[in-house]
Design a protein around this ligand. Structure first.
Ligand code: HEC
Length: 183
């Protein structure tokens, strides 16, 4: 019998937690548009961040935004490297940890540019205990029900992972349904 943790580790999914228009665009506008936008007419190093069609080209495995992989994303690297480095963006200015955290979360969730709809998803609750039919318990936040799965948020890395409802014990199944109705 495989430990359930394996399932949690490999069952990852790209869930939308952050809204591009509401959460991400204002950060780029404030920190980057001055030198990288149609609006300002400046396209330093060829990057424009206020045009969705152009931005889309940056979001791909070989682009500066690698969906689901913040650590592979050069966009995040230029924001987080030492401010004294020449490639640091914005040049010579540190961004707030909160804004950088949002960018990281957005990329981790798949770097979607669809703003609509995402804002209506329920906010993830704090961690709860979930026990499966084999009697193993983990702590995770409830995100939503999705078909036959409950989507749980891992407290360690914020990853959202679907887990089959049928594999949870009766109490945990009831907890998932109650959490979904409570939102
Ligand atoms: C004050 C102007 C300015 C601002 C603001 C600015 N940049 Fe830049 N950016 C530049 C210039 C100039 C270059 C080209 C630097 C070079 O090639 O050495 C550049 C280059 C880049 C590159 C390519 C770097 C490379 O190594 O090829 C990326 C990616 C980038 N910027 C992202 C951003 C992001 C993201 C922001 C906002 C967080 C931002 N920039 C804000 C001026 C700016």
């Amino acid at each position: 019998m495989k430990p359930v943790l394996l399932f949690f580790v490999f069952g990852s999914t790209a869930a939308l937690a952050i809204d591009f228009k509401k959460d991400i665009r204002p950060i780029l506008k404030e920190n980057c548009y001055e030198c990288h936008s149609k609006e300002s007419g400046k396209e330093k190093a060829g990057y424009i961040f206020d045009d969705v069609e152009t931005l889309k080209l940056d979001i791909q495995p070989k682009g500066i935004i690698v969906p689901n992989q913040p650590e592979e994303s050069y966009l995040l690297e230029v924001m987080t490297m030492d401010v004294s480095e020449k490639a640091h963006m914005p040049p010579k200015e540190a961004m707030s940890a909160k804004d950088i955290g949002k960018i990281r979360e957005w990329i981790a969730a798949g770097a979607s540019l669809e703003g609509e709809g995402a804002a209506t998803l329920p906010a993830p609750a704090g961690p709860l205990d979930w026990t499966n039919t084999e009697g193993r318990t983990i702590k995770a936040g409830f995100v939503r029900l999705e078909g036959e799965n409950v989507v749980l948020k891992m407290p360690a890395n914020g990853q959202e992972i679907p887990y089959p409802l049928a594999k949870l014990n009766a109490a945990s199944q009831a907890q998932a349904k109650a959490a979904a109705e409570g939102k």
